[in-house]
Design a protein around this ligand. Structure first.
Ligand code: HEC
Ligand code: HEC
Length: 204
């Protein structure tokens, strides 16, 4: 067998891996507008400001976090039947462009339905709960809950989405490579989870 017979598939694999990793644009990439209009807007809205709490807001979310989550859905590391279908055929450059697009949009906070509960949420967010060993969320997500790089912004997100994700970390239906969130949230009570959602959804 000639060397070239072996080399061709190897070269192709390496090139594909590089394209995947670095988001090199392909000739047949679709524009962000095309993709958002045809897909994302149906659930997340044209500006990433989803009106239904079933769908997270993407506006102002950190681009690197968005990019990672899209790959997590694509690779099945984060389970969501709805999202898997949306990202299956996206190229790395399309993922990158979508992340940059939604990250650049302004976010509008919701109005907390229970200000007293929101105040309790603020306490836990900033100070944690020393009695039960809950770390202050602010240590990672930042004092204003804007996150950084792959740490998600939580400020302005829908309360019920925040609650759902915390519960998904607790029951481990949402996995992350470092599992850092899982140990943080296990000791949270139901009331505390609701309070955190109320606080975070109301700030920008
Ligand atoms: C049919 C509805 C639907 C469509 C269309 C859709 N999504 Fe989603 N998306 C969801 C749902 C539901 C979730 C929450 C999944 C979960 O609970 O883990 C989600 C979550 C996400 C997340 C994770 C956000 C976070 O804060 O972790 C990103 C990023 C995302 N979608 C991007 C997109 C992009 C980009 C498109 C268009 C290519 C798109 N979605 C199209 C339903 C949809
Ligand atoms: C040690 C750092 C750390 C601490 C402390 C922490 N988080 Fe997180 N959190 C993360 C990381 C990292 C992620 C992203 C996980 C991933 O990649 O899926 C995350 C993700 C989340 C998400 C999902 C956001 C989305 O858009 O889907 C929520 C909600 C959340 N954290 C809430 C909290 C709350 C509430 C607290 C405080 C009780 C907290 N976190 C404390 C590191 C932390």
């Amino acid at each position: 067998m000639r060397l070239a017979d072996h080399a061709a598939p190897i070269v192709t694999t390496v090139l594909c891996a590089l394209t995947f990793a670095f988001g090199v644009a392909r000739a047949d990439d679709r524009s962000v507008r095309q993709l958002v209009e045809a897909r994302c807007q149906n659930c997340h809205g044209m500006e990433g400001q989803s009106s239904s709490p079933n769908y997270p807001k993407l506006a102002s979310q950190n681009a690197e976090y968005l990019r990672r989550q899209l790959f997590n859905f694509k690779l099945g590391k984060r389970q969501s039947a709805e999202m898997k279908a949306q990202v299956a055929d996206l190229s790395a450059a399309e993922v990158q462009a979508l992340a940059a697009y939604f990250s650049s949009k302004p976010i509008i906070a919701d109005i907390a339905f229970d200000p007293a509960l929101a105040e309790k949420g603020r306490e836990i967010y900033l100070k944690g709960n020393p009695a039960t060993g809950v770390t202050a969320c602010a240590t990672c997500h930042g004092p204003q809950a804007h996150g950084a790089l792959f740490l998600p912004r939580l400020a302005g997100q829908h309360a019920s989405y925040i609650e759902r994700q915390i519960r998904a970390f607790i029951d481990r239906t949402r996995q992350t490579p470092d599992m850092v969130m899982h140990s943080v949230v296990t000791a949270l009570t139901d009331d505390e989870i609701v309070a955190l959602g109320q606080y975070l959804s109301g700030i920008e």
